[in-house]
Design a protein around this ligand. Structure first.
Ligand code: APR
Length: 265
């Protein structure tokens, strides 16, 4: 189904999802590229996905970084100037109704934490603060020694690789490369959410990349409920207690409207 298109919202599923969220003690979310699709950011897989259209990228970034961080930074900065569709889309993207609805759910006290696989910063820009960016954030750098993070825009790139202002360690963009271990602080928080959640909201992800896709399954095994919001079926669909077969923007906004109505009732 094309990004943003949606079948008529299934009102019963929306109402059931809102009721389950309202009754849950600790709602965690796992979100993927589908949440940002309506902001014009292409997804990776499925119809129209970047990798479907252009093939998967080479996975040697992490190896190159480890062998020669300076050369890796040279490549990364040169790539910034190559006019890529993905970078252009990310640079012009704004938070959409789905990001805003999740921020509202968080502010209503109905969403305890989100694990996002997206590096686009859009959920943070929409106002979400209880967020773990398991694949990093394209606007940050991270120290390979102390794990400290800074905004990329504040780091001098006169000398490559840039060094950590705190400990002198080598800095890398925060975006996690294939083969790179997920940062320990992010992983610890994800396992904590999988242990605490009695409801997992899974939005806009094909759920094929690990360890991200494992956390809702771990929660489900402990007895948590699972809601899936996605126009397409995924590997997690069979585990879902409620499936909202729709685009994230419309579905999440409708769920927040229901939560507000239930709160006021
Ligand atoms: N609303 C909700 N879901 C949508 C929408 C939409 N408007 N449009 C597409 N989707 C769904 C697709 O049906 C698909 O299930 O979003 C999902 C996107 O899947 P992927 O492209 O595989 O993206 P994601 O699951 O985030 O990939 C996980 O893989 O490429 C790596 O590191 C990258 O973080 C990424 C990870």
């Amino acid at each position: 189904m094309p990004v943003g298109a949606t079948t008529d919202l299934d009102d019963a599923a929306i109402r059931a999802a809102a009721t389950l969220i309202q009754r849950s003690r600790h709602v965690a979310a796992l979100v993927g590229a589908g949440l940002s699709a309506e902001s014009g950011v292409p997804t990776f897989r499925g119809d129209g996905g970047l990798w479907t259209r252009f093939g998967e990228p080479t996975f040697d970034g992490w190896e190159l970084f480890n062998s020669d961080p300076g050369a890796w930074w040279d490549d990364a900065l040169a790539a910034q100037h190559r006019d890529s569709e993905f970078a252009r889309a990310l640079d012009s993207a704004r938070p959409n109704a789905g990001h805003v609805a999740m921020a509202e759910m968080e502010q209503m006290g109905r969403l305890a934490h989100t694990i996002t696989q997206n590096i686009d910063d859009l959920q943070h820009r929409a106002g979400c603060r209880k967020l773990t960016e398991i694949h990093g954030n394209r606007y940050l750098v991270r120290c390979m020694n102390c794990g400290g993070r800074d905004r990329l825009s504040t780091i001098s790139l006169d000398r490559l690789p840039p060094l950590c202002p705190e400990c002198g360690g080598t800095l890398k963009t925060d975006t996690v490369m294939f083969g790179e271990p997920i940062p320990e602080d992010a992983l610890r928080e994800c396992y904590r959410q999988a242990a605490l959640a009695d409801l997992f909201l899974v939005v806009g992800t094909s759920a094929v990349v690990y360890p991200a896709a494992e956390f809702p399954v771990m929660a489900k095994r402990r007895g948590a409920a699972l809601i899936e919001i996605n126009p397409e079926e995924t590997d997690l669909t069979p585990l879902a207690d409620i499936v909202v077969r729709a685009a994230a923007g419309a579905a999440l906004a409708a769920i927040v409207d229901e939560l507000r109505a239930e709160t006021m009732a």
